[in-house]
Unconditional design. Structure first.
Length: 230
């Protein structure tokens, strides 16, 4: 008699095997999701004021503060920065043409924008100055470049002034605009001492839409201008 065939062990369905194999992956995925949820639930660390871009600081901090203090009926009345003008006067350019090139190079490095050459509007015989002769260089900054330059000036350049104790608030023009004079270009970290031909001062004019000096000063204070206590 032929031996009886052995009974076959029933195989587990393929779907069950796949489920068993996928189980560890599902557990890991679930654990990752829970960890991500816990991380998202944690309160965000406070952002220091110096890490906030100046434009964002204006929108998030300066505008609400100005609205509360002066009670503007329309948000469009809230003062804002309009432009910043950086100017270097060059009386020496009359006799030294290279001085103009050096000043243009310094302003380009400091502001990130190529300046225009300012020229004499009338002749002055005693200074040997004729109409149209170059007497300086000027940059007008608007938009993001304006905010970036002003932020670097307040955070990096001004603190590098020797014995710096703050900016005098007396240089407003009566219409909310402010002028700031610097004695040398070396306060800006972009300028290399070994590559300049001489020290040159400059004037920075901050033009705002403020109607009064009080509003203009408050705007600049909220943006971080280090005014002296009056």
């Amino acid at each position: 008699m032929s031996p009886e065939p052995k009974a076959r062990t029933p195989r587990a369905p393929r779907a069950a095997k796949k489920a068993e194999a996928a189980a560890p992956d599902q557990v890991a995925t679930t654990a990752k999701r829970k960890a991500s949820a816990r991380e998202a639930a944690r309160p965000a660390a406070p952002v220091p004021p110096q890490a906030i871009g100046l434009r964002l600081r204006y929108v998030s901090e300066a505008m609400p503060a100005l609205q509360r203090e002066f009670g503007y009926a329309n948000p469009m009345q809230i003062p804002r920065l309009e432009k910043v003008v950086v100017n270097i006067g060059l009386g020496e350019a009359i006799q030294n043409a290279k001085a103009l090139d050096a000043a243009v190079g310094d302003l380009t490095q400091i502001t990130g924008q190529k300046p225009i050459v300012t020229r004499a509007k009338r002749s002055i015989a005693q200074f040997r100055l004729r109409t149209g002769m170059p007497i300086g260089a000027k940059v007008t900054l608007r938009g993001q470049r304006m905010y970036d330059f002003l932020e670097r000036t307040m955070r990096l350049a001004l603190p590098r002034i020797r014995d710096f104790r703050g900016i005098t608030p007396r240089s407003f023009d009566g219409r909310g605009n402010f002028s700031l004079g610097l004695r040398e270009q070396l306060v800006f970290p972009e300028i290399d001492y070994d590559k300049i031909d001489r020290l040159r001062g400059m004037e920075i004019s901050i033009i705002t839409t403020a109607r009064t000096d009080e509003e203009g000063r408050k705007l600049l204070e909220l943006l971080g201008m280090p005014f002296q206590a009056s």
